[in-house]
Write a protein that binds this ligand. Structure first.
Ligand SMILES: [Mg+2]
Length: 340
């Protein structure tokens, strides 16, 4: 069956700028898709690029949307270029939402990690997250003075209740000497893993560090693009793969990939609006359960509440996820796409 397709651009400010080793980020831009069939049904998809994580740019996504034929069928999904993984994700998830709306999710509860800001405000944020019932916290580092951040690490770990765990995300900011200092500080402590210690293209020391220290290591930026993910899986790296479904191309292919390799995925947000976040969480819900929290502490990140998913609390029920409506996102986005 063929469907008609429309698209709109959006720009949305965060409640607070996100500070990471990549810099400060104050607003997200993306594209919403709407597919319509002849029976009057429609479904939305979201293109949420993060070029710093290896995805296409917003301009490339808009140029692709501007070249769309008047109507598409399912075979169109296979023709979306590999260099446009966010477009592929958006079209495939919108297609499935339109054609398989009743496809049931496995019924289960998925814990959510709370996102702690970089710097000393992480301490109060940790206390709030613990009070809300989160047991996994993720902290952004590689932003300020390294020794001061490691002093904060000790403070955060001392405050962490028994049974809770901290993820440390360096966003590629470290060199080997710095990574060693952190791994020494984390040894024997409740650190679930250290994420992306080195920049993309300079990951090789993780192979050595994996053998030297007991704290697990994870890759995020290095495996964001589907081709890079495949390369690390083929290589057989035994660490944790942080997967942002919104950047990872076809969700069907992604799920098949993790089924066929014995690799551990932690699903994570790319700061999508409610449309993309629901679609990305649906991918996580369909994956083999790992028992680890998903990295969707970004829910509620937009200043305009209408763009956010409702707050699921520290644990997300897949039944709750399946029931979520898409809200007024389409109406809030711009009918005139920005020039590409
Ligand atoms: Mg990360």
């Amino acid at each position: 069956m063929s469907v008609r397709c429309e698209y709109r651009a959006y720009r949305a400010a965060f409640r607070q700028p996100l500070i990471t080793a990549h810099g400060a980020w104050a607003e997200r831009e993306g594209v919403l898709l709407r597919l319509h069939d002849d029976d009057g049904r429609s479904a939305l998809g979201e293109i949420a690029p993060l070029p710093a994580w290896g995805s296409e740019t917003l301009a490339a996504a808009l140029a692709f949307c501007a070249s769309l034929p008047p109507s598409i069928d399912e075979s169109f999904l296979q023709t979306i270029p590999a260099g446009l993984p966010c477009c592929r994700f958006a079209f495939e998830t919108a297609w499935d939402a339109l054609h398989r709306p009743a496809s049931p999710l496995p019924v289960r509860q998925i814990p959510l990690a709370a996102l702690l800001p970089a710097g000393p405000t992480a301490v109060a944020a940790l206390d709030r997250a613990v009070a809300r019932g989160h047991t996994t916290m993720k902290w952004k580092v590689g932003v300020g003075d390294d020794a001061a951040e490691r002093a904060l690490l000790a403070e955060l770990l001392d405050r962490l209740p028994s049974g809770s765990r901290l993820r440390v995300d360096a966003n590629g900011a470290w060199d080997l000497a710095t990574a060693r200092l952190w791994l020494e500080a984390c040894e024997g402590r409740a650190v679930e893993y250290i994420e992306q210690p080195f920049p993309v293209g300079h990951e090789e020391p993780i192979l050595q560090l994996d053998n030297e220290f007991s704290t697990r290591l994870a890759l995020d930026e290095s495996v964001s693009h589907p081709d890079d993910l495949r390369r690390w899986l083929d290589f057989g790296w035994g660490g944790i793969y942080v997967v942002k479904p919104a950047l990872a191309g076809s969700p069907r292919r992604l799920l098949r990939l993790f089924e066929s390799y014995e690799a551990e995925a932690v699903f994570s947000s790319a700061f999508e609006t409610a449309i993309g976040a629901k679609a990305a969480l649906t991918v996580a819900a369909r994956a083999e359960p790992s028992g680890r929290a998903v990295g969707f502490g970004t829910i509620g990140c937009f200043a305009d509440e209408r763009l956010n998913l409702p707050d699921p609390g520290p644990t997300l029920s897949t039944k709750w996820l399946a029931r979520l409506a898409s809200g007024p996102l389409w109406e809030l986005s711009s009918p005139v796409p920005r020039a590409a």
